[in-house]
Design a protein around this ligand. Structure first.
Ligand SMILES: [Zn+2]
Length: 160
C-alpha cells in the first residue's frame, strides 16, 4: 500500500460546493520566501456538468491570454482532468474576490470580442492537439458561467 499523501483538492467535499466560484486552495512559501498561490477556478458544478474537451482546450488557450495581464504574478492556468474548471497559480497573494473579478472580465471580453483568429497557439506548431478546439463550445460555456455569476465563496453564492 502506498504511503498516504494528503492532497487538499481531494479533501474538498465536491457535493457541497456551488459553482461557478473561485476558491483559494493554498499558498506555499519557497526556500527563499517567495509565495505561490493556488486557486480552484470552478466553472461548472462537479458531477453535474463537465465542459467537453474541445471547449475546455480553447478556454485554456483563452484564459492564458485573457487572465495573464489581469492577474499580477500570473504563472499558469491549467484545466482539471474532470473538466469542471482550472487551477490558477500565481506569484504572491490575491483574494478569491480579485481573481473572480479578473475571471469575470476575462470571460466577458472573450464572449464580446474574441474571434477564432484571436485565439492564441492554435497552429500545429504551437499546440499539442490543435485539431481539438471549439470556439463555439468555449463561448457557450463562458456565457453560462457569466449568466450564473462567479462567486468568491465556494459554499455560498457571493457573486462578484
Ligand atoms: Zn493546446
Amino acid at each position: 500500500m502506498k504511503e498516504h499523501v494528503e492532497i487538499e483538492s481531494f479533501t474538498l467535499d465536491h457535493t457541497k460546493v456551488k459553482a461557478p466560484y473561485v476558491r483559494l486552495i493554498d499558498t506555499s512559501k519557497g526556500p527563499k520566501g517567495d509565495v505561490i498561490s493556488n486557486f480552484d477556478v470552478r466553472l461548472t458544478q462537479p458531477n453535474v456538468q463537465a465542459i467537453p474537451t474541445a471547449g475546455m482546450h480553447t478556454l485554456e488557450h483563452i484564459l492564458a491570454m485573457e487572465l495573464r495581464p489581469k492577474v499580477e504574478g500570473y504563472i499558469d492556468c491549467s484545466p482539471f482532468g474532470c473538466r469542471t474548471g482550472f487551477h490558477l497559480l500565481t506569484w504572491g497573494e490575491h483574494t478569491p474576490h480579485e481573481i473572480a473579478l479578473a475571471l469575470k472580465e476575462s470571460l466577458q471580453d472573450f464572449v464580446d470580442h474574441v474571434e477564432w483568429e484571436d485565439v492564441p497557439g492554435t497552429k500545429e506548431k504551437e499546440c499539442g492537439n490543435y485539431r481539438d478546439h471549439s470556439l463555439f463550445c468555449a463561448k457557450e460555456w463562458a456565457k453560462q458561467v457569466l449568466e450564473q455569476g462567479i462567486s468568491d465563496d465556494p459554499y455560498e453564492r457571493k457573486i462578484v
